[in-house]
Write a protein that binds this ligand. Structure first.
Ligand code: SF4
Length: 444
């Protein structure tokens, strides 16, 4: 790395630019992390390669929430080494601090960048790759202006880390304890996005409900962002049922720009299992929250995460989850078969639900979900709703999503609209057809 003090510029010190490529696995926070890593690398002279086989530096932002995500990382590292042996591999994200992963991948990975240290972003990458004697600069990770991957919808990280230690989850170990950005900084980023034409701001943190900056809690923060003038939507994720307040429900109801979609992970529909998971709420509490949400916002869509086959989960206990699914009528659910994650509290428990039984439970929930999601979508038939267009498919049909997070495919007969670029635009769509996980309609 070369520091040109006269021009106040820092480069990677090579005439021909080095290139990078980032592969992101996992959640919205990981995507947001990758956008920051991209911005940082570009600031220091790297440019984006076409793909991982053409890059000098390949960053893997990893996820350790499920075994399948972890296996994908092993596969990717092997593939990159085979196809692009000269590339340096940087591994960040949830797997970057796992000793067994380090042992397994050994020197195939050049730099391990723990996400819990990323707040104090000692840029080992440049140090290791360009010049071992180069100066290392610290920077506040959340202050890095991300290289947003979309031109109309942006993740805006309001914090990082988690204090909750759910028994199955690696996040508190991988990301450390909760830290939140000052409201002033969040507001400035949101204003800047809207000024630049962004139509959607997604406030993200592991547990948005715990947001705190002095007297500003998450509800107040939502109001502040909602007051920015402009034509845009606000979304947020993720909420924790133990922390979601009636104040927040009221704020969502009253803030016109806040989308009426709530992702509220339930994880299980039985109190004993919830306790074993260390979730700190009961099924009754969850149901009550949903009742309050539906009373305040009857149009709201509700989505969830659930784990089937947690250690010790009996058939009877699982049947309570199925019952809860029938009762709540979720619009969407991310159903995961439990897999033990090293380092977590549940790792010490016997993974005693057979794989076939986990599969059966997953399928049972999926069947209920398809039915309830379709019933919910039927309410949209014949209605005209606002859709944010996100792209065009190979058949030339535009697609997008509603404020309630329903995917919408749009049939266009008008030639003019067919050739106009609608990406990132709000359009009114009349719904003519519904499926379990999507709607179809025409622009009016
Ligand atoms: S709330 Fe629980 S599941 Fe969510 S990130 Fe924190 S520990 Fe993991």
């Amino acid at each position: 790395m070369v520091i040109d003090k006269k021009n106040n510029k820092i480069s990677n010190g090579v005439k021909n630019k080095k290139t990078y490529y980032i592969i992101t696995i996992g959640c919205q926070m990981n995507k947001s992390d990758s956008e920051r890593v991209a911005a940082y690398l570009e600031k220091y002279g790297f440019s984006l390669a076409r793909n991982e086989t053409k890059a000098d530096l390949v960053v893997l932002t990893t996820c350790g929430v499920r075994q399948a995500a972890e296996d994908r990382v092993y596969g990717l590292v092997g593939e990159i080494k085979r196809k692009n042996p000269k590339a340096k591999i940087v591994l960040t994200g949830c797997l970057s601090e796992r000793k067994d992963v380090k042992k397994r991948l050994g020197d195939k990975v050049d730099v391990w960048l723990p996400i819990s240290q990323i707040l104090n972003f000692k840029f080992q990458i440049l140090k290791k790759i360009r010049n071992p004697k180069s100066e290392i600069r610290n920077c506040d990770y959340l202050k890095i202006k991300p290289k947003y991957s979309s031109k109309f919808s942006a993740f805006l990280a309001i914090g990082n880390g988690c204090n909750n230690f759910c028994a199955y989850c690696v996040v508190p170990y991988a990301r450390g304890r909760e830290v939140y950005r000052p409201a002033k900084e969040i507001l400035a980023e949101a204003k800047n996005l809207i000024k630049n034409g962004y139509r959607e701001v997604i406030l993200i943190a592991q547990n948005v409900n715990s947001y705190k900056d002095g007297k500003i809690n998450f509800s107040k923060l939502l109001k502040i962002v909602n007051n920015i003038p402009g034509d845009f939507w606000i979304r947020f994720a993720t909420s924790h049922p133990k922390d979601m307040s009636n104040e927040l429900i009221k704020t969502m109801t009253n803030c016109g720009r806040v989308c009426k979609h709530i992702h509220l992970p339930v994880q299980a529909g039985n109190d004993k299992v919830l306790k074993a998971m260390n979730r700190n709420y009961t099924v009754a509490h969850y149901k009550n929250l949903i009742k309050n949400i539906r009373q305040a916002m009857p149009e709201a869509s509700i989505t969830t995460d659930v784990i089937v086959g947690f250690p010790g989960e009996t058939k009877k206990q699982f049947s309570n989850t199925a019952k809860l699914f029938r009762k709540i009528k979720f619009d969407m659910a991310y159903i995961a078969r439990y897999s033990p994650r090293p380092g977590t509290a549940a790792y010490k428990l016997k993974d005693d639900v057979a794989p076939e039984e986990k599969k059966r439970r997953e399928e049972e929930l999926m069947k209920i979900l398809r039915k309830t999601a379709l019933e919910n979508n039927e309410k949209y038939l014949g209605k005209t709703i606002e859709v944010l267009i996100s792209g065009k498919n190979k058949r030339g049909e535009w697609y997008g999503y509603t404020g309630t997070n329903k995917n919408v495919k749009i049939r266009i007969t008008n030639y003019e609209l067919r050739i106009t670029n609608l990406t990132g635009k709000f359009v009114k769509v009349k719904i003519t057809k519904v499926r379990d996980f999507g709607l179809e309609g025409t622009i009016v």
